[in-house]
Design a protein around this ligand. Structure first.
Ligand code: SAH
Length: 488
C-alpha cells in the first residue's frame, strides 16, 4: 500500500516545508512498526522546488489475521485461505487510512508550531495512490473528490495487462491535484474517503467511529453531495472491537515511538509556559486559583477538560478532598505524556481508582462527562475555532452540566505587557483567538444565561490597573434546580 504527497515551492516558500507540515524530516527515512506490519515514511524527492513524501505500508497478512482473531468477538472469520491471500497487502485501504492518521496525526489536525502560517494556507498538492480499490469505479472517485476542490484523474487498472480481454480490475490509479486546500484538509479527505472507496466489510462499527467520522469530516462532509453514501459506507465497515482497540493502542504506541514529535509538543508547551512565566509563574498561579475555586464550590469529583499533559490532574490528586479526577483531551500524545507524568502504570490501586484519563473531543456531547461536581477548562477554549465554540458550550453546559464550571483564557489586553511578545501576536501558535475582558464577559454571560448558570469573574496574576490580569477566569455555578422547583 503506497501513497505519495507532493508539493511545489518557490524562493519564498521552499517545497521542503512539507517536512515541517508532516512533522517528518525530508532527510530521514523513518519506520514505524505497527501490529499489522510496518509503515515507512520517506521522501523520494526533496528540494526547494519539489518535495514528495511517500507513505508505504508493508502489511503482514499473517499478523493481520492473527491480530484479528486473537481477542476477536463476533464477526465470522473469512474463508480460511482468503484470510491469507487477499489484496490487503497491496491495495490502499482502511489500514492505510489508519496508518495515515497515526503517522501524520499532527498534520491531520493542522498543527505545526514551526510553520503555522504554512499549515493554515492552501498548498499546491498532488496526491497519488497507485492502487486504490474503488467500489463504484472511477466515476464514484470523481463524485467524492471533485466537490472538495480536487481535480481528479482515476484510471482503471487492468486486471492483467497481458490479457486485456479480461477487462479492468476494481482498482484505479488515483491522482488528485489542488491548489485550494490545506494539507490538513487533504489528509482528512483521504482518511475518510480511502476506506469509503475500499468499502471492505471486515469490520464492525461502534459509536466512537461516528465521532471519528465527524471529527475528520468537520468542515467538508456536511453538505457534501455524497454525504449519505460517505456516511453509510464509512460506518458500515464492520470494525471489529479488536481492530478498534488495536487502532487506539497503535496510536498511543506510535506517539510514543515518535519521540521527535513528542519533543516538539513538549517544546511547544514549554514555549507557551516560558512566555507566560517570565514576569510571574502564571501557570502555577492559574492552578492555585482553580484549586481555590474548586474548594469554594465544595467539588470532590472533578473533570479537567483539555487536560493537556496533566499538570492540573497531578496537582488535584495531591489533595484528598478531590476524590475523583478525570482528565480529557483530544490529543492522544498529550494524554500519553500525562499518563507518564502521573506514572499511571506504577500507581497503587487506591490512587489509581481516583484518576482517569481518556480521549475525547469537547466539540461533541459525551455521556462520560456526566455526573461530575465540577469541570475545568483551563486555557482550552482559545484552542477551538470560534465557529466550534457553541458546540463545546453545549457539550459542557448543556449536556454534561456539572454544578460548577471554571473557564480560564488569556486576556489579550495584557499582551502589551509581555516583553517577548511582538505586537499583535497571540501567545501561542495554536490559539485561534484571544479575548479582551469585555469579549470574555459577554461570552460568559450569554452562556450562563442560556444554560442557567450564574457567573463570576476572577483575575489570575497581577491585575494591571490599565490592561487587567494576564489570565481571566469565569466561575459558573448552577443553581439547585430541585430546590428551585420545590420553592416555586
Ligand atoms: N489545560 C491545560 C492545557 C491547555 S492547552 C493547561 O491549562 O495547561 C489546550 C489543550 O486543549 C490541549 O491539550 C489540546 O489538545 C486540548 N484541546 C483542544 N481542542 C480540544 C477539543 N476539541 N477537545 C478536547 N481537547 C481539546
Amino acid at each position: 500500500m503506497f501513497l505519495t504527497i507532493s508539493t511545489r515551492g518557490d524562493a519564498a516558500h521552499p517545497a521542503t516545508d512539507l517536512g515541517y507540515l508532516l512533522h517528518k524530516h525530508p532527510d530521514k527515512a523513518q519506520k514505524f512498526s505497527t501490529s499489522y506490519g510496518t509503515a515507512h515514511v520517506f521522501y523520494p524527492e526533496a528540494d526547494d522546488l519539489r518535495c514528495t513524501a511517500a507513505l508505504l505500508l508493508e502489511i503482514d497478512p499473517v499478523a493481520l489475521v492473527r491480530r484479528g482473531k486473537g481477542k476477536g468477538r463476533g464477526g465470522a472469520p473469512d474463508a480460511a485461505l482468503a484470510q491469507y491471500v487477499n489484496d490487503r497487502p497491496y491495495a490502499a485501504s482502511s489500514l492505510l487510512a489508519v496508518a495515515l492518521s497515526a503517522v501524520f496525526s499532527s498534520a491531520l489536525r493542522g498543527m505545526c508550531t514551526a510553520r503555522p502560517e504554512r499549515a493554515a494556507a492552501p498548498l499546491p498538492l498532488r496526491i497519488e495512490v497507485p492502487a486504490l480499490p474503488a467500489r463504484g469505479g472511477a466515476d464514484l472517485v470523481r463524485r467524492l473528490f471533485e466537490p472538495l476542490g480536487w481535480s481528479v484523474s482515476a484510471d482503471p487498472v487492468a486486471l492483467d495487462t497481458a490479457f486485456p480481454q479480461w477487462g479492468d480490475s476494481r482498482y484505479v490509479r488515483l491522482v488528485l491535484e489542488s491548489r485550494a486546500l490545506t494539507l490538513a484538509e487533504a489528509l482528512r479527505h483521504l482518511y475518510v474517503l480511502l476506506p469509503v472507496l475500499d468499502d471492505a466489510k471486515h469490520y464492525w462499527v461502534s459509536s466512537d467511529e461516528v465521532d471519528k467520522l465527524l471529527r475528520a469530516g468537520e468542515g467538508w462532509l456536511p453538505g457534501h453531495p455524497e454525504q449519505k453514501l460517505i456516511t453509510t459506507r464509512y460506518l458500515s465497515r464492520r470494525w471489529s472491537l479488536t481492530r478498534q482497540a488495536m487502532e487506539r493502542l497503535e496510536l498511543v504506541r506510535l506517539a510514543e515511538a515518535d519521540d521527535s514529535e513528542v519533543e516538539e509538543i513538549d517544546n511547544a508547551v514549554e514555549e507557551e509556559t516560558e512566555a507566560e512565566e517570565k514576569p510571574t509563574p502564571l501557570a502555577v498561579r492559574r492552578r492555585e486559583a482553580i484549586v481555590a475555586a474548586l474548594h469554594a464550590a465544595g467539588a470532590a469529583r472533578v473533570l479537567d477538560l483539555g487536560c493537556g499533559q496533566g499538570q492540573l490532574v497531578q496537582e488535584l490528586l495531591k489533595d484528598v478532598r478531590f476524590t475523583e479526577v478525570a482528565g480529557v483531551d483530544v490529543s492522544v500524545r498529550a494524554l500519553t505524556i500525562a499518563s507518564r507524568r502521573l506514572k499511571l502504570d506504577r500507581m497503587g490501586e487506591r490512587q489509581a481508582a481516583r484518576v482517569k484519563l481518556f480521549q475525547g473531543s469537547l466539540a461533541y456531547t459525551d455521556n462520560r462527562l456526566k455526573g461530575y461536581d465540577a469541570a475545568v477548562l483551563s486555557e482550552v477554549i482559545e484552542h477551538l475555532d470560534l465557529p466550534r465554540l457553541p458546540a463545546l458550550e453545549y457539550a459542557v453546559f448543556g449536556h454534561a452540566r456539572p454544578r460548577t464550571v471554571l473557564v480560564t483564557t488569556p486576556n489579550v489586553e495584557y499582551n502589551v505587557r509581555w516583553e517577548s511578545l511582538p505586537a499583535g501576536h497571540v501567545r501561542h501558535g495554536d490559539h485561534r483567538f484571544e479575548w479582551t475582558r469585555e469579549e470574555f464577559r459577554t461570552w460568559a454571560a450569554t452562556v450562563g444565561e442560556r444554560h442557567g448558570y450564574d457567573v463570576e469573574f476572577v483575575p489570575v496574576g497581577p491585575d494591571d490597573p490599565e490592561v487587567g490580569p494576564p489570565t481571566q477566569m469565569a466561575v459558573f455555578h448552577r443553581g439547585d434546580t430541585e430546590k428551585e422547583a420545590k420553592a416555586a
